[in-house]
Design a protein around this ligand. Structure first.
Ligand code: UD2
Ligand code: MN
Length: 353
């Protein structure tokens, strides 16, 4: 009798095991199923067998491999704080030379992993103190641009700013107008992002010290104070050329750059006058921090010195309210996003040269 009972028990046990196995393979969607179905199960048999392995802890991974999955990276686990006043990555004086041949691809290889499309960068582990647009007036200076990008991207990254580089190309062969291109760059950049600070830089100027900060100060900033071409001196006291930085507020206070300085010269002095006329002064780095190298070049075609420009300077106080960002007219012909910069080709309605 006991033997018979034992056989019945064995029979029913085997039956329930068989039932369980059938249930396991065919009732994956059953709501009665008492395990929560993992996401990975959606992908068919491989996922199913993987899931069964996981269920029974039959792992095929190396002992530490699984732990990485639950490890939250440091930058994700904390909220970012503001970048410090004392920048930790600055190196000070830099060796700058323009003899090496550089291709855009070389430069891209060096820095692109740190950049967003369009030549943008943000510090990865802190919130930048300022959002800075770098505006470069441009036409036919590709060699210079490569040097500029090669040196400036790493410097700007070490300066921990949230920045974008805009190359504003003057379309056509008309007379060049550096200042009007700057205005167009300002207006275009603001369409894209809430920039607070604008650095306006010639394409051929590279700082020799990364402590020369590409950001804005309480007063409009003149950065290129000690250029090799002027024997590392200011050419005159109120010189304001090369590289300058103005906050949006400072820029609007002076109505931006003049639009009417066609050809070479004068527009930088007009900017200086606008600043003084609006009751501001300029700030500068010291003569060591403010050292620059300029790529040697001849005067470009269609950018001859304009003999009318110096006279215009006597009128700045009369013209600055009507001639500036408030009277700017131009047409965007093309926007190209390179990894290293945003290129904006603009028709600034230049007179023929
Ligand atoms: C000086 C000033 C500059 C400006 C200019 C007068 C220095 C270092 N810079 O520059 O700030 O006041 O005089 O207008 O003293 N550009 C082109 N393509 C051209 C022409 C000009 O891209 O065909 C751009 C480029 O960014 C260049 C800038 O305009 O760096 C200024 O022109 P420049 O370099 O010929 O004039 P430069 O060195 O005398
Ligand atoms: Mn130059």
């Amino acid at each position: 009798m006991l033997r018979k009972l034992f056989h019945i028990l064995v029979f029913f046990s085997l039956l329930s095991v068989a039932y369980f196995v059938v249930f396991l393979f065919h009732s994956r969607n059953s709501t009665l199923f008492f395990f929560t179905k993992p996401q990975s199960m959606e992908n068919g048999n491989d996922a199913l067998s993987q899931w069964i392995k996981e269920l029974f802890n039959l792992t095929t991974k190396a002992p530490n491999e699984g732990q990485e999955k639950i490890h939250v990276p440091r930058t994700m686990s904390k909220t970012l704080g503001p970048c410090p006043d004392t920048l930790p990555n600055l190196v000070g004086p830099l060796y700058v030379e323009f003899d090496s041949t550089r291709t855009l691809d070389d430069v891209r290889k060096e820095v692109e992993s740190h950049l967003q499309e369009g030549g943008q960068h943000k510090p990865p582990d802190c919130i930048a103190q300022q959002k800075v647009a770098i505006i470069i007036p441009f036409r036919n200076r590709h060699e210079h641009l490569k040097h500029w990008l090669y040196y400036l991207h790493p410097i700007l990254m070490r300066q921990q700013s949230d920045y974008s580089v805009y190359v504003i190309n003057q379309d056509g062969e008309g007379v060049f107008n550096r200042a009007k291109l700057m205005n167009a760059g300002y207006a275009e950049a603001l369409k894209e992002y809430d920039f607070e600070c604008f650095v306006f830089s010639d394409v051929d100027l590279v700082p020799m010290d990364d402590r020369n900060l590409y950001r804005c100060f309480d007063s409009p900033r003149h950065l290129a104070v000690a250029m090799d071409k002027f024997n590392f001196h200011l050419p005159y006291d109120h010189y304001f050329g090369g590289v300058i930085a103005l906050s949006k507020e400072q820029f609007l206070k002076i109505n931006g750059f003049p639009n009417t300085y066609w050809g070479w010269g004068g527009e930088d002095d007009d900017m200086y006058k606008r600043i003084i006329l609006r009751g501001m002064s300029i700030s500068r780095p010291d003569m060591v921090t403010g050292k620059y190298r300029m790529v040697k070049h001849k005067r470009d075609l269609h950018n001859e010195a304009n003999p009318r420009n110096p006279d215009k300077l006597h009128q700045t106080h009369l013209t600055m309210n009507e001639d500036g960002i408030n009277s700017l007219k131009y047409t965007v012909k093309e926007i190209v996003r390179d990894k290293l910069f945003t290129y904006i080709n603009v028709d600034i309605h230049a007179p023929p040269s």
